[in-house]
Design a protein around this ligand. Structure first.
Ligand code: G
Ligand code: G
Ligand code: NA
Ligand code: MN
Length: 255
């Protein structure tokens, strides 16, 4: 069957899963959050299909709306379950696709997910890409006010790859800038990437926003980010995205 058809079936039959990747505080090395990343295992026994492949198909077919809703609810439900089980409270970050963002009632969707799961809004963060924000700027501002009104936080994902104007960035007032991993990959040796990374860290600090680096894979990258004042880090150096049960076994040890 086509990927789209397989996805429709999976959505009805529980064939999607969410994995969680730790976000770590640079200053004290503590676990402070997780990014929720959707996974899809075809029921016909074929190998898992990457979201890089199926998210665009979901966007084109409109399936992203129910899928995105499911991921949001599942991530909120899981986070609340961890809190109820007595784990240290964490923020869960959920990726918002462009189609979801433009769907018109996104803030209602977030409100409903919080209400139905009982998760406090302070423990939900939404990752929206820089491109999505800047391409729909008027709407983005409106949505941002609604989301901040609900009490959730917003991160600008893949920061540095879009085309922010500084005035728009200031107006949008995200809580966090997430430095795109393409700038992190060749740290600390690549001088251009080092300069860009430092500039983004300074920019975030001057705008009173937090800054996180994604795609941190080595000790040297981490040391560079620590030395230059990045607030948070995420990447294979700490942990790959993990299924909930695997994540829990690390989490239970209080990182
Ligand atoms: O782990 P990784 O292979 O999960 O993810 C690949 C890409 O898919 C990333 O760009 C990531 O942002 C995107 N992605 C993963 N999960 C989700 C999701 O739940 N919603 C959206 N819109 N994108 C996601
Ligand atoms: O920013 P975005 O949501 O697009 O990023 C999530 C993607 O990054 C997921 O595919 C995730 O598996 C991947 N990822 C997470 N940590 C690392 C890392 O350290 N290196 C690389 N190359 N990819 C990573
Ligand atoms: Na993301
Ligand atoms: Mn990203």
């Amino acid at each position: 069957a086509s990927i789209e058809r397989q996805m429709r079936i999976a959505l009805e039959e529980g064939g999607f899963a969410v994995e969680y990747q730790p976000k770590v505080s640079v200053s004290n090395g503590r676990l402070i959050g997780v990014e929720a990343l959707v996974r899809f295992k075809p029921t016909d026994g074929r190998p898992p299909i990457s979201p890089v492949e199926f998210i665009p198909i979901a966007e084109e077919s409109g399936l992203i709306v129910p899928l995105g809703r499911w991921v949001l609810e599942e991530a909120c439900r899981q986070n609340k379950a961890w809190q109820d089980a007595g784990y240290l409270p964490l923020q869960v970050s959920v990726n918002v696709s462009a189609a979801q963002f433009r769907s018109g009632n996104f803030a209602d969707l977030v409100h409903n997910a919080l209400k139905s799961t009982g998760l406090s809004p302070a423990y939900l963060d939404l990752e929206i890409t820089e491109t999505t924000v800047m391409q729909n700027f008027e709407y983005a501002i409106k949505l941002m006010r609604q989301l901040q009104g609900l009490g959730v936080s917003v991160s600008i994902d893949d920061f540095g790859t879009g085309s922010s104007s500084l005035s728009k960035l200031k107006l949008f007032s995200a809580d966090t800038l997430k430095i795109d991993r393409s700038f992190i990959r060749d740290l600390p040796d690549d001088r251009d990437d080092a300069a860009i990374t430092c500039a983004i860290i300074d920019l975030a600090r001057n705008l009173n926003q937090r800054v996180i680096a994604e795609g941190v894979e080595t000790k040297e990258q981490f040391a560079f980010l620590q030395e230059h004042g990045c607030d948070e880090v995420q990447g294979f150096y700490f942990s790959a995205p993990l299924p909930a049960e695997k994540f829990e076994s690390m989490y239970a040890r209080q990182w």
